[in-house]
Design a binder for this molecule. Structure first.
Ligand code: ADP
Length: 606
């Protein structure tokens, strides 16, 4: 909805602006035109005054000369004695020389009837001599008023001239008229070449002199019958046909008089006129207003251009400002956005931080709990082991103690009864039980071993041979075949403790094979990296799967009461670890158990 409305507004504003511009332009043009016209008028007025002054000066030069020449004796002589050819000749020559001197066109003398008797152009083809000019106003006025002036086209010479007339007086009054004719062409020529047209019109409005040749003898006022009649009477323009100039008078923008010429030129002139009463004519200066129009248009164009430039500059400045403002707004928006994003990210980071801190606290608490639980478990394990051990120990010791108590009571009864020999047998049994308990306590002492007791380089074959020797009678008694396949390896170990381990494992094997038919033990060894690997395999029943994990536990034994303490493997396991080795068990593929012992080699090949 907003777009059409704004477009309508835009076109309205543009229309208004256009109307304003046109109005201003028209007003401006009128003012400029008026100013230019005023300017032209001012300059025209000075031209007019100059032209008038020049004409006046020219005419005044001859003003009194006619009267002066009329008094000359040579002139008066001609009219005093008509028919005297000598006097005529004298007068002719005088008039010729005077005309040259005065730069007058012609000077001539007429009788009272108007007939020319002597003339400066007596020797010219169109001589005035004999010509009658009684009809000319200058002739009539000279006789009537003592002075005559007239301008006209010469009836004889066909040359325009200004005529000054003065009466020639004899003793009995006027005898004739002397006339001086001056050529106006020279004055007219002087006006040519300026920017203005200068015309001189007679009282009937007919152009007599003009810088524009076509206008000469043209009428600036309608040629009414009266005007034609008055002109005809004086024969001012001889036989020249008069015509109306194709002009219309108008009032200019500044109220001054204008002449508009019809026809191809269509020129328009500002008309300035001044009447010259002495000469009885009007001098007019015509200024072509095209210049004023041109000037007004040029100034208007320059003004419009300047205004356009100013508007353009204003628009550019405005646009720049707008663009700058827009850019600043964009920057501010971008900054605000950035700040918002930073704030958001900061808030997010703070939230993440808080979460992390919470997690860390939780984890710390969990770890704390775990550690506590672990400690509890260890404690519980220790207590369990201790309980297990206490139960086993109390069982192990209570049995022989109970038996020893029975034997002792029996022995006392037997002694009381005097059966000393029987009592001795009981005492032997008690001693046997005590021996067993000693054995037990000796084994237990091994738990309190010093794990870091001195180790030494032990050739592996030595403890094997010692164990073999110790168990020799048992092997022989049970018919067990022992094979030893051991290379000369030297290991780091305690020789006595290693022998103890071997004795334990070998005696367990002998025990296990009590009920088997084939009884054999194979001892093999080899080097593997830095370690010596020793295996002891028997042909017994092997170790049931479910028991394998427990056979290294202290007091675990499957042997009947009084036979096994269940400490052998447990102690052996610990000894092997003390050496930096290990003890493990597996079942052989056929039957029988395989114990694997590893021990660090004293020397090894890198
Ligand atoms: P003890 O010999 O006093 O029972 P040990 O710790 O030496 O205690 O042995 C634990 C148990 O491991 C034995 O009771 C026996 O059941 C089992 N055992 C050990 N050696 C062998 C073997 N070579 N074959 C089968 N069972 C074995």
């Amino acid at each position: 909805m907003t777009r059409p409305v704004s477009r309508l507004w835009l076109s309205l504003v543009a229309g208004l602006a256009l109307v304003m511009v046109l109005g201003l332009g028209s007003l401006g043009y009128q003012r400029l035109h008026r100013a230019a016209l005023a300017d032209l008028t001012l300059r025209g007025e000075s031209t007019l005054s100059l032209a008038v002054a020049a004409l006046n000066g020219q005419l005044r030069r001859y003003d009194r000369l006619a009267g002066l020449l009329a008094q000359q004796s040579a002139i008066r002589a001609v009219l005093a004695t008509p028919g005297d050819t000598v006097a005529v000749d004298v007068a002719n020559v005088y008039l010729r020389s005077t005309a040259r001197l005065l730069e007058a066109s012609d000077i001539y003398a007429m009788g009272l009837d108007g007939t020319t008797v002597a003339a400066s152009n007596f020797d010219q083809p169109r001589s005035f001599i004999g010509g009658n000019f009684a009809f000319r106003p200058y002739f009539i006025d000279a006789l009537g008023r003592g002075e005559g002036r007239f301008y006209a086209l010469g009836t004889t010479s066909r040359v325009r001239g200004y005529y000054f007339g003065a009466p020639i007086t004899g003793p009995a009054g006027p005898v004739g008229v002397l006339a001086i004719k001056i050529d106006l062409d020279a004055i007219e020529d002087g006006w040519r070449g300026s920017d203005y047209e200068v015309i001189v019109t007679d009282p009937e409005g007919i152009v007599f002199m003009s810088t524009h040749p076509d206008w000469t003898f043209g009428a600036t006022l309608p040629l009414t019958e009266g005007r034609l009649e008055r002109t005809r009477r004086t024969r001012r323009y001889a036989e020249t046909e008069l015509r109306e100039l194709p002009l219309t008078a108008a009032t200019g923008a500044d109220g001054g008089l204008m002449w508009r010429f019809a026809g191809t030129t269509g020129a328009e002139y500002r008309v300035l006129s001044e009447r010259m009463p002495d000469a009885d004519w009007t001098v007019q200066v015509l200024i072509d207003t095209a210049g004023a129009r041109q000037q007004a248009l040029t100034r208007l164009a320059v003004g419009a251009l300047l205004a356009g430039l100013a508007v353009l500059a204003a628009v550019i400045v405005w646009q720049r400002r707008a663009r700058l403002a827009e850019r600043l707004a964009l920057q501010a928006e971008a900054r605000a956005q950035l700040e918002r994003r930073v704030e958001e990210r900061t808030a997010e980071l703070a939230a993440v931080n808080r979460r992390l801190a919470a997690e860390v606290t939780e984890r710390t608490a969990t770890e704390e709990r775990l550690r506590a639980t672990q400690a509890d478990l260890v404690q519980a394990g220790k207590l369990a082991a201790l309980g297990q051990m206490s139960a086993a120990l109390s069982h192990e010791f209570n049995q022989p103690l109970g038996a020893a108590r029975n034997y002792a009571e029996n022995a006392r009864t037997l002694i009381e009864r005097g059966r000393i020999a029987d009592a001795g047998g009981n005492i032997d049994r008690i001693l046997g039980l005590i021996g067993r308990m000693s054995d037990l306590s000796r084994h237990l002492r091994n738990f309190a071993r010093k794990p870091n007791a001195q180790l030494s380089d032990v050739p592996l074959s030595e403890p094997i041979a010692a164990a073999q020797e110790l168990l020799g009678w048992r092997l022989r008694a049970q018919g067990v075949a022992l094979t030893v396949d051991v290379p000369p390896l030297v290991v780091r170990a305690g020789p006595v403790r290693l022998q103890q381990v071997l004795v334990n494992i070998l005696s367990n094997a002998i025990d296990a094979m009590e009920d088997t038919e084939t009884r054999g033990i194979a001892v093999t060894a080899r080097a593997k990296g830095r370690m010596a690997v020793l295996t002891i395999a028997d042909t017994g029943p092997g170790i049931p799967e479910q028991l394998r994990a427990r056979i290294f536990d202290p007091f675990f034994s499957t042997k009947g009461v009084g036979k096994g303490l269940g400490l052998g493997l447990s102690i052996s396991y610990n000894i092997m670890h003390d050496f930096g080795g290990s003890l493990a068990v597996a079942n052989a593929r056929g039957s029988g158990a395989v114990f694997t012992l590893t021990l660090p080699l004293a020397h090894w090949d890198a």
